[in-house]
Design a protein around this ligand. Structure first.
Ligand code: CAA
Length: 379
């Protein structure tokens, strides 16, 4: 058993850290305040190859492993959670299904532009009545001659309206539940594809979230991804990988909360001594540091299992569940340590607290993760 990162992983980690500190951290608060998506950061990250980390070089990827990708999520989220979401929406949610199930032609046409940062992608699974109950898909796709005709509406789509490539989950047969669901690739300029309201979110405000509407949206027959009817299983596998990367984002947020808490508690003087001289503060910091290390082990191990080609559905859920709850607790404690200042927007911990909460919700709520874990445990 070896708990150390390899020299290559250490090198990549320090490159991500350097980029996060120099390029992301200086603009993060402003992007959050304005609720503005940064094409500039998207382009810079694409140029560095950050959107194709775990994909082969033959398609334009970096040929690295999943752990490297998780390290990138962690380092970028330390500076800005919304920017780290660019990594997850590109590397896992939009690209992986094409890599795993796409034809060679689909890979050349859609995967390469996504992982080289020429196109932004969006994964469209959630609907008004298909959130946690993802199998309750109401969007339909009907084959008419050489075209699939898509009708329905998707909610809470990350990068909606900005993305050039949409991975859309829809029902292709009359049955209910997980059977009869398929996945399609839809290009932005397709007639019948439009975008509804832009959500006004509590956190990750520099990540755009919209409704995606499909009305008589006709796409070529070849844009079916994988086998007709296998869409639910494919989407769940996609989330297995995505959940590990959300774990990585949560690690970055928790580390940032701990770093801010340590810095402030050493600087801030009350009752003639630094806050850190009080046992109440020391114990909060001890709990934050311990939980963070435990979360890191779970997340890195889940990434390692994926890299080994071993089953990791349960472990991905454990990693996401624990790391995201650790991030929320750490951010909450960091705000508490900052007192009144922590409630003000001038301090990073205020944004960390708002951003951390989404990790307990997207790519499956904590309750859904517990459902996945308990089903595996009780099997
Ligand atoms: N891999 C492969 N197959 C899987 C699977 C997995 N991880 N999980 C389930 N399946 C299979 C099951 O084996 C089962 O197969 P059979 O039909 O052959 O028996 C089938 O799928 C149905 O499984 P369940 O009975 O477990 O299905 P369910 O309806 O009870 O739902 C669920 C399972 C885990 C609750 C699932 O619906 C779920 O994960 N819900 C949460 C959805 C979610 O995470 N949404 C996030 C949206 S994306 C996002 O947030 C990103 C963003 O940008 C904001």
């Amino acid at each position: 058993m070896d708990f150390a990162l390899s020299p290559k992983h250490e090198m990549m980690k320090s490159m991500f850290k350097d980029f996060a500190e120099k390029e992301v951290a200086p603009v993060a608060a402003e992007l959050d305040e304005k609720g503005e998506f940064s094409w500039d950061l998207f382009k810079k990250m694409g140029k560095l190859g950050m959107f194709g980390l775990p994909y082969p070089r033959e398609y334009g990827g970096a040929g690295a492993d999943y752990l490297t990708y998780v390290l990138a999520c962690e380092q970028i989220a330390h500076a800005c959670c919304a920017t780290a979401m660019l990594l997850t929406s590109q590397n896992s949610l939009s690209s992986w299904l094409i890599y795993k199930y796409g034809t060679e032609e689909q890979k050349r046409k859609y995967l390469t532009p996504l992982i080289t940062g020429q196109e932004l992608g969006a994964f469209c699974l959630t609907e008004a009545d298909a959130g946690s109950d993802a199998a309750n898909q109401q969007t339909t796709a009907v084959l008419e001659g050489s075209e699939w005709v898509l009708d329905g509406s998707k909610r809470f789509v990350t990068n909606g309206g900005l993305a050039g490539i949409y991975i859309v989950v829809a029902r292709t047969s009359g049955s209910r539940g997980p059977k009869g669901i398929s996945i399609f690739i839809v290009e932005k300029d397709t007639p019948g594809l439009s975008f509804g309201r832009k959500e006004n979110k509590m956190g990750v405000r520099a990540s755009q979230t919209t409704e995606v509407i499909l009305q008589n949206c006709r796409i070529p027959k070849e844009n079916l991804l994988g086998k007709e009817g296998d869409g639910f299983y494919m989407a769940m596998q996609n989330l297995d990988g995505g959940r590990i990367s959300i774990g990585g984002i949560a690690l970055g947020l928790a580390q940032a909360a701990l770093d801010e808490a340590v810095k402030y508690s050493k600087e801030r003087q009350q009752f003639g001594k630094p806050l850190a001289a009080n046992q109440a503060i020391q114990w909060m910091i001890a709990d934050m540091a311990t939980e963070l290390e435990a979360a890191r082990l779970l997340v890195y191990r889940a990434a390692w299992l994926r890299d080994q080609g071993k089953k990791h559905t349960k472990e991905a859920s454990m990693a996401k569940l624990y790391a995201s709850e650790v991030a929320t607790r750490a951010a909450n404690k960091a705000v508490q340590i900052h007192g009144g200042y922590g409630y003000m927007k001038e301090y990073k911990v205020e944004r960390l607290m708002r951003d951390a909460k989404i990790c307990e919700i997207f790519e499956g709520t904590s309750e859904i993760q517990r459902m996945v874990i308990s089903r595996a445990a009780l099997k």
